[in-house]
Design a protein around this ligand. Structure first.
Ligand SMILES: [Zn+2]
Length: 231
């Protein structure tokens, strides 16, 4: 639970891009959660395991000047999606997720979401926008949060990127894995993973990879530069 050891300040990564949740900010079970602020949208990228949803909302409001308008879930694992129902209830934000993940979220599936592995439940939430692959979320002012379908860790995993301060910022989340066959209960599948590496942004002059917190079976949370280590 949040306590004195957690920082009370969102971590500004670039103009309008903040870290608003994660093991050092909200709860050790949370993935790293990001807020991208545009002229007409505030997009929260993943929302932690659930118990810290209000705290992530507080940090998001402090960073963005208001509640998130959109909640982009990069996949349905509990450490990324557990707070979705409460956040939608509190803010009315639009919940977006890939079509291959939606049923896990809407049914509150504790096995495929890995909630059981964490000893948590997954509160079901209705999805407002089903994503089918690559696309973007308009941020206003001509800016977009671009989406990339990165299957492997789960069938409907997504990464996202935007441009700020003349650099491209990648929110890779769990693209680094793990994707072993033994994790099929959590819908991982190594056969699909190579697709996720085909778009590697090697031409980018500088890219920040924002990996996630603690997917089942992985090591500690990380945030570093491209390429991330395969987990
Ligand atoms: Zn995951």
């Amino acid at each position: 639970m949040p306590g004195a050891r957690y920082s009370n300040n969102p971590d500004k990564l670039a103009g309008g891009v903040y870290l608003v949740g994660g093991p050092e900010l909200s709860d050790e079970r949370d993935c790293l959660c990001y807020l991208v602020v545009g002229q007409s949208a505030r997009v929260l990228i993943d929302c932690g395991a659930g118990p810290s949803a209000r705290r992530i909302l507080d940090l998001s409001e402090r960073a963005g000047g208001g509640p998130p308008s959109h909640l982009l879930l990069t996949h349905a694992h509990i450490d990324h999606a557990g707070g979705a129902a409460e956040l939608k209830s509190l803010t009315g934000c639009r919940v977006l997720i890939h079509q291959a993940e939606a049923e896990v979220l809407e049914s509150g599936d504790v096995e495929r979401s890995a909630a059981a592995w964490y000893g948590l439940s997954l509160d079901p939430v209705a999805v407002d926008q089903i994503l089918t692959g690559d696309g973007s979320i308009p941020l206003g002012g001509g800016e977009e949060l671009h989406l990339i379908h990165t299957p492997g860790h789960t069938p409907g995993s997504l990464a996202a990127w935007c441009e700020r301060d003349s650099e491209k910022i990648l929110f890779g989340q769990d693209i680094h894995g793990p994707c072993p066959s033994s994790a099929r209960i959590w819908t991982s599948g190594p056969g699909a993973w190579p697709v996720s590496w085909s778009w590697r942004p090697t031409s980018w002059p500088r890219a920040t990879t924002a990996s996630s917190g603690r997917p089942p079976g992985s090591g500690p949370s990380s945030r570093g530069t491209w390429p991330p280590r395969a987990g």
